[in-house]
Design a protein. Structure first.
Lengths: 80, 377
């Protein structure tokens, strides 16, 4: 069977792809860690986009989301 | 990049399509809004494209080729303009949300909806169709080719069934128009819904609804038409009946150039080559450990689409790994086809879709197989 070594990520989900792209733009301006990924099926089977950071940087990202009032739907820890 | 998301939109477009769009942006007026050449030229181009699309898709009435924004727009105009409260409509579990959501909306407005199931290979259980028909059945709506499995539906058989019973046959040809033969009159199709930016190789933002002469569609939108301006209602005549507001002159120019490109080639050859690419990929990955490929592969005649999952991989993570590590573009998720995924047993996780066009190469397919070998072991 295939062996895929998974890594833990904190994944921010959004209600729209527009919110995800707004996040990407703000993240670039504010040096928020992470990148856009397809929303993992482990969170919800959809066609959407999410923002992922290695889980060890989750607190840093959460603080920035709060400080800059960036809209999002949820944050999930997922092994990918 | 190795672009294997051709079912979402084809890439690259022919250069002549880009040039035609550029020329229309620089020099195109508003079609049908004046007697000067800047207006007449795009109007003539629009009429010429209507004639060509009518010829391509076996419709004798070019004036019944109505321009839309995309296939979702075509389907909304067709379904909302055709169905009324008290009508019954039949569709299938293999449909895209471009069909399902307009039908759910209509159900809220009093239209009765039956959804025929599909089996674990994504094959619609068409043997249930006769029993699904009721006295008030107004239409059957289905795709020509599934955007998830690539399976094809038998248009001629379904069209004949509908014609014999006075049921309108509405076809979503998003995945097939341009590369598969479709003939409205021979296949008894009443409403054919197209998009320009997939196998027709045109730009995004232009589609068409072809209305057979045995069916009438009420306008979804009303507004400026450049004609009958004193009338308080939308003109009755096609195509103006279904086209309110300025036409997409840039899209029409681009789609016309795309037809030039296709007409300079043997479309049947292009299709066979696309199918060869898809089969080569299928053969390369189907036996890999932990890989499950979906769809009915018993027929050679199918859309060039391969959807799969790999044990131990979240499909989104697999698609991301293909993009990041191998620069291969694929599409994970539900593909806007939630009921189709439920039929395949993938409703909870979705799948990864690889889709091919004639602009892909055998080398690209082999590189994708090699990437899958690497990721699945």
């Amino acid at each position: 069977m295939p062996v895929h070594i998974k890594q833990a990520y904190a994944v921010v989900t959004f209600d729209t792809t527009t919110q995800a792209l707004a996040m990407e733009r703000r993240a670039k301006q504010l040096h928020i860690p992470g990148r856009i990924i397809p929303t993992p099926a482990a969170i919800v089977a959809t066609c959407g986009l999410s923002w992922a950071v290695p889980v060890e940087r989750e607190d840093e990202m959460r603080a920035m989301l709060t400080r800059h009032e960036i809209p999002y739907a949820g944050i999930h820890q997922v092994a990918l | 990049m190795i672009y294997l998301d051709q079912a979402a939109t084809t890439l690259p477009k022919p250069e002549q399509v880009a040039q035609a769009c550029f020329d229309a942006v620089i020099g195109g007026g508003n079609a049908g809004r004046g007697g000067h050449e800047a207006s007449l030229d795009p109007l003539r181009r629009a009429y010429d494209l209507r004639c060509r699309l009518a010829r391509w898709f076996g419709l004798s009435y070019p004036e019944r080729v109505c321009f839309t924004a995309n296939v979702t727009d075509s389907l909304n105009i067709a379904l909302q303009g055709l169905l009324r409260p008290g009508d019954h409509v039949i569709t299938t579990a293999m449909e895209h949300n471009s069909v399902l959501r307009p039908l759910y909306l209509l159900r809220e407005r009093g239209v009765e909806l039956t959804i025929l199931p599909a089996d674990g290979f994504g094959r619609v259980e068409w043997h249930r169709l006769p029993d699904a028909v009721k006295a008030n059945t107004r239409a059957l709506v289905c795709c020509h080719g599934s955007n998830l499995t690539g399976n094809l539906n038998p248009l001629k058989t379904l069209g004949s069934f509908c014609r014999q019973r006075g049921i309108a046959f509405v076809v979503d040809a998003a995945q097939t128009a341009g590369i598969f033969p479709i003939h409205m009159e021979a296949q008894c199709i009443d409403l054919l819904c197209l998009t320009g930016h997939k196998s027709l190789l045109g730009p995004q933002g232009i589609g068409a609804l072809l209305v057979g002469d045995g069916v009438e569609v009420a306008p979804l939108r009303v507004g400026g038409t450049g004609m009958q301006s004193h009338s308080k209602t939308q003109p009755e005549e096609y195509p103006t009946r279904l086209e309110a507001g300025t036409l997409n002159g840039v899209g029409i120019a681009g789609l016309s150039a795309a037809l030039d490109y296709l007409e300079q080639r043997d479309v049947n050859e292009l299709r066979r080559y696309e199918q060869q690419l898809a089969h080569r990929f299928f053969e390369g990955v189907a036996q890999l450990p932990g890989v499950t490929v979906y769809g009915d592969w018993s027929s050679e005649e199918r859309c060039p689409i391969v959807s799969l999952n790999v044990e131990g991989w979240d499909p989104s993570a697999l698609s991301d790994a293909l993009a990041r590590q191998f620069d291969i573009a694929t599409r994970p998720g539900i593909h806007c086809a939630p009921l189709a995924h439920e039929a395949l047993g993938t409703g909870a996780q979705g799948a990864v879709r690889f889709s091919f066009s004639h602009q892909n190469t055998l080398e690209e397919v082999d590189a994708a197989v090699a990437a899958m070998q690497c990721l699945s072991t």
